[in-house]
Design a protein around this ligand. Structure first.
Ligand SMILES: [Zn+2]
Ligand SMILES: [Zn+2]
Length: 267
């Protein structure tokens, strides 16, 4: 428990930076899955998303802390009704946050106004570890941020559990987008339970049949359980969205304001 507390006391931003530096460097020196030019430009536009996110999070993090502390003070949620060992509550809590996120993500593909924000993440035609940063801040903060508060309210989770979730999920978020080769046997073993990079890449395929699959961030189990699991060999995947393929539609500013536009889905 003490080790866990120590781990959670590390600012998540340092973990993100460390993981990012490792994987971005590996992408430059190892044999990568896909080759693409304009890496600097790609990095720049993704980094701008992260900067806006960090500014917004200064506000949103306090909303999250205030809301979850209030829920906990009033003992709201399922885990307050049953006696469970602390470690089990933590493990189940992480799994439950991932399940609620799965449903929020699935809704983002179904509800048009939510898709307008979520398509920013899917628009990347040349995916690498910086794609992790490329999500609309409104979506990450208000939509997925609310899913964490909701999960805490339904299951009675505390900030320690949420911290642990981010500690577990962040390496997944980054790894899932890296432009590195991962063997198929990983998908047939670990991929039975957790989301491997190749399985998340299926979610970034242009063909909507595959885009609407593999929604889970950490446990692909949710897709298997709720009928949205799909597989396609990674070397056959074409990333992005057809309606965002033009170069000018790959810039931070265009993507940032793109939720304001009705953009027809090209199939
Ligand atoms: Zn998605
Ligand atoms: Zn993704």
């Amino acid at each position: 428990m003490e080790t866990l507390n120590k781990l959670l006391s590390i600012d998540l931003n340092y973990i993100v930076i460390a993981l990012f530096v490792v994987f971005y460097s590996l992408e430059q020196i190892l044999e990568t899955q896909f080759n693409f030019k304009k890496r600097g430009q790609h990095f720049f536009h993704s980094a701008l998303f992260q900067i806006v996110f960090l500014i917004g999070n200064l506000f949103w993090a306090s909303v999250t802390i205030f809301s979850i502390e209030w829920l906990n003070r009033n003992e709201i949620g399922l885990f307050y009704l049953i006696q469970l060992p602390v470690w089990l509550k933590l493990v189940l809590g992480v799994a439950m946050i991932d399940m609620v996120t799965y449903w929020f993500h699935r809704m983002s593909h179904k509800v048009p106004v939510l898709w307008r924000f979520h398509r920013v993440h899917h628009s990347d035609t040349t995916m690498d570890s910086t794609t992790y940063f490329r999500s609309h801040p409104v979506e990450i903060l208000f939509w997925f941020g609310s899913s964490n508060i909701l999960a805490a309210g339904i299951f009675g989770l505390d900030l320690l559990t949420l911290g642990l979730y981010f500690l577990v999920a962040t390496p997944f978020f980054i790894l899932e987008h890296t432009n590195l080769r991962f063997p198929a046997w990983l998908d047939k073993t670990l991929g039975l339970v957790i989301t491997t990079p190749n399985l998340h890449k299926v979610h970034h395929e242009q063909d909507q049949y595959y885009t609407d699959s593999n929604f889970a961030d950490v446990f692909i189990l949710w897709d298997r359980l709720f009928g949205t699991y799909k597989y396609k060999p990674v070397e056959q995947i074409k990333f992005g969205l057809k309606e965002f393929e033009e170069n000018k539609k790959q810039t931070f500013w265009y993507l940032f304001i793109s939720p304001l536009f009705k953009i027809k889905k090209v199939t």
